[in-house]
Design a protein around this ligand. Structure first.
Ligand code: FE2
Length: 446
């Protein structure tokens, strides 16, 4: 990582509380888009730059800021941004149990909007991005919650986990579609690893126990991301029935690697297929420079885990560097054909230069380039109202223009991957963030 990268350019924080209405639009916003594009990401307030001096502190631990673009009737009605009003934002020196920067993802469940960060409990916010407060499934949630829960498209259940540096290292949870926590168990793992994401199939849950391990020395020196690569830890994938317990987990040893994000997983008889953005190695701590390094790019791979034989395979499916994988969420946990992601060039692992679409049936990939003057973020797939094929819809992506220091929202035809249907122009920068969602307006409690 280039020094200082997280405090300048597309990463530089912006003021909170902007409300801008009737944004200019190039092209035609599809009238069927009636919802909120909501994004989350770190926006370190001056008082929050509290890490151990490593740049990644401001990236992984910066205070969460939400950005919302309300689209309706073919118009970009408003843009707002707001800090998630966490306890640590109001009181940087404070230590509230299960607090977090709430800076990683933002989703909808049971009509509520939840800002998520794997270090703590969700924060609920309104569609206008005002913070309601921390929430914990009626007080039943024990320990932190991942920022990457999965919603089963058939049952509406929210399936998630939480990992922790202290025991129990891993807990597994299911909430029903109305938000009742119905299943909550501890899962035994070998150590306290950084478990950022996981996957579901229609019947099973897939955990990734990978060799980025909590390091007490780093924690004691105030490092806010005290996890480092451990050559000794090994790497395992655990597969369990969706309603299972720790003793029901089947573990598969795999070659050491790291996966921040999965594309999807699905059942194929006795086999579980898992598609992921895989790094050979990440987050190596250099004590001399007091910085982390990411020595490899991330590529789409397909794992197959045969529960009957215990055998597994891993095949790289593309030479395109990719992160922030997304799919049509109606296919979550199901056999699917298309994956999308942000494109990382092999010669500059610090930036995104476009979007990639992977056809997992034919093996073909399609690239949409944003050009050298732009840096894009994660795409979000929105199905067309009369979806005729899995890829019939739009990719919504925030795209930063280095020349003007402003951002735009591109609405890209996800079938052609070449036609920009509309471009919403913002007079401000939306800093590079992590994740977000398209929330249909009629899905939200208001
Ligand atoms: Fe993530």
């Amino acid at each position: 990582m280039a020094e200082g990268i997280f405090t300048r350019g597309v990463y530089a924080p912006v003021p909170s509380g902007r409300v801008l209405t009737d944004l200019p639009v190039q092209g035609t916003l599809p009238p069927e888009l009636d919802g909120l594009l909501i994004r989350n990401g770190p926006n370190p307030s001056p008082s929050s730059l509290r890490g151990g001096g490593d740049d990644l502190s401001s990236w992984f631990s910066g205070d969460g800021m939400l950005h919302g673009i309300r689209i309706s009737d073919g118009r970009a009605q408003w843009y707002r941004n707001q800090y998630v009003k966490t306890a640590m934002l109001d009181n940087p020196g404070g230590d509230v149990v299960n607090d977090s920067p709430a800076n990683t993802h933002v989703i909808e469940h049971n009509g509520s909007i939840l800002a998520l960060c794997e270090g703590g409990w969700p924060y609920q916010v309104t569609p206008e991005l005002d913070t309601i407060g921390m929430t914990s499934f009626d007080g039943k949630l024990q320990g932190p919650m991942t920022a990457h829960p999965k919603t089963d498209p058939a049952t509406g259940e929210l399936i998630f986990f939480g990992y922790n540096w202290q025991e129990p290292y891993l807990r597994y949870h299911v909430a029903d579609r109305t938000g009742n926590l119905t299943h909550s168990v501890e899962i035994d793992v070998a150590g306290p690893t950084m478990m950022h994401d996981f996957a579901i199939t229609a019947t099973r849950t897939v955990f990734m126990d990978l060799p980025v391990v909590f390091n007490l020395d780093l924690a004691m020196t105030g490092n806010s991301v005290p996890y480092i690569w451990d050559d000794e830890y090994g790497a395992r994938i655990g597969i369990v029935a969706r309603s299972g317990q720790s003793t029901d987990v089947t573990w598969f040893e795999i070659d050491p690697c790291y996966v921040f994000h999965t594309f999807n997983a699905y059942d194929d008889g006795d086999t579980v297929v898992l598609d992921a953005a895989r790094y050979d190695k990440i987050q190596v701590w250099d004590a001399s420079t007091k910085a982390f390094s990411y020595p490899s790019n991330s590529y789409l791979v397909r794992y197959r885990f045969n529960l009957a034989t215990g055998e597994s395979t891993c095949q790289q499916l593309s030479d395109l560097g990719v992160e922030f994988p997304r799919i049509d969420l109606a296919r979550a946990g199901r056999d699917y054909r298309y994956g999308y992601g942000a494109l990382i060039p092999d010669d500059d692992l610090d930036t995104f230069v476009g979007l990639a679409k992977f056809d997992l049936t034919t093996g073909a990939s399609t690239v949409f380039s944003v050009g050298d003057d732009h840096v894009n973020g994660e795409p979000v797939f929105v199905p067309a109202q009369s979806q005729s094929a899995e890829d019939d819809g739009y990719l919504l992506v925030v795209n930063y223009d280095k020349r003007t220091d402003r951002s735009e929202v591109l609405v890209l035809d996800s079938q052609s991957m070449s036609e920009v249907v509309a471009k919403v122009e913002l007079p401000v920068r939306i800093p590079m963030g992590f994740h977000g969602s398209w929330l249909p307006w009629n899905s939200l409690n208001r």
